[in-house]
Design a protein around this ligand. Sequence first.
Ligand SMILES: NC(=O)c1ccc[n+]([C@@H]2O[C@H](COP(=O)([O-])OP(=O)(O)OC[C@H]3O[C@@H](n4cnc5c(N)ncnc54)[C@H](OP(=O)(O)O)[C@@H]3O)[C@@H](O)[C@H]2O)c1
Length: 427
Amino acid sequence: MSSVNVKIAIAGIGTVGGGLLELIRKYKSSDIKINVTAVASRRKQKFHGQFLKNTLFFKDAKELLSFDDYDILVELIGGEGGVAKKIVFDALKKKKNVVTANKALVAKFWKELKSLEYKNKCVLKYEAAVAGGIPIIKVIEEFLLSNKIKRIYGILNGTSNYILSKMLSSNKEFKSILIDAQKLGYAESDPTFDIDGTDTAQKLSILSSLAFSFNNSANSIKNEGIDKIKLVDLKIAESLGYKIKLLGITEIDKKRIKNYVYPCLLSKDSFVAEVDDVYNGIVVESDYCKKSFFVGEGAGAYPTATSVLSDIVNLSKGKENNLSIYSQLKKYDSVTLEDRYGSFYLRFTTDDRSGVISGIAEQFKKYNISMKSMLQKEQTGNYTNNATIVITTHNCFERDMMKALKRINNLNFIREKTVYIRIEKFK
Ligand SMILES: NC(=O)c1ccc[n+]([C@@H]2O[C@H](COP(=O)([O-])OP(=O)(O)OC[C@H]3O[C@@H](n4cnc5c(N)ncnc54)[C@H](OP(=O)(O)O)[C@@H]3O)[C@@H](O)[C@H]2O)c1
């Protein structure tokens, strides 16, 4: 193969952009020569390296709208709108290829972006948008081409995984670990999207759209985060043989797609339960490969930049042949969370007196909920008149559980709102 000279314009030199420049500087290939024709950086920075000696520098990425001397636009600014959206759509309209790490944009405008890509015969790549250091998009688009994917689930947000892991290992509550995570740079100054499940929902919508050729908007996924997870529940779950993880789950069931994002109990010996700290872990279940499991750093300058550079190199090699799935989009119904059929972990705080268990059991009976296990924990400190009762259930419908809990929470022996966490039985 003769050497290819590819021209790229990079917008946004922050964490990922900085990592990418470093990787490009060190990247040596006799096949591909990467020529950075322009860099848009709002902040004044010192750039190192001969490879940037002929590069144009823009103070605002907007200036790329009237710039044309590139084959690939690399968008590393972020955000579902604003300048990031403008330059990505503009580049695709100019029939340029685009590489981005922007999950918010890709999740929100997946269908529009795919449509432009298809019409203009150009390519948008976004390996870095989901689980930075795991090539999960390539696995779905390339490796599993001959397989039918049935389900994908996993830990897609390193910040929340770090917080849950550290709460248990350092015996501290959520808020205190969140502050530590911010100090260590594992959580942003505004960590809302990481901990409320939005970030996981955005990534899940991308995986689901790709796996099932269906536009699964992140907005249609009702996500729950980890902010209400208490240390006591992590500890009880551990004593019962479980870990609590924030999962994204997408699954096809005949003509219906389930997309769930919530923290859940997982058997300690299941694949993803063993993934701790800032790591991501993803399981893909397909017909011929059964279970494929991937672990890696989900974020950070270098893992994410590695994904970005691999997209740039693959595009340069002409490996992408614009087999856009836009032309093959399918129609499915979505399953709402109320339709979920699964089991629960429940923690009741009640008066310490007789009649409590039978009162709970009576409501369970009305809604076809059966108990699997029950234990009573001793209360310590100021609350010695209260009892803590932990129940796990067999499978039941979510809507029945919600109705039962509404009634139970109004019973006169209930002291605090009952805590419920779903249990998933993935191996
Ligand atoms: N960080 C990760 O580990 C990670 C992992 C996976 C995916 N991503 C995705 O990668 C993208 C970039 O993330 P990041 O962490 O690198 O963010 P970042 O550190 O905030 O970098 C973004 C950079 O873009 C610059 N910028 C903003 N508006 C601009 C404009 N109009 N013109 C030129 N530059 C502009 C910002 O400048 P200022 O400094 O002046 O604001 C900032 O330096 C996001 O889509 C993110 O979701 C990040």
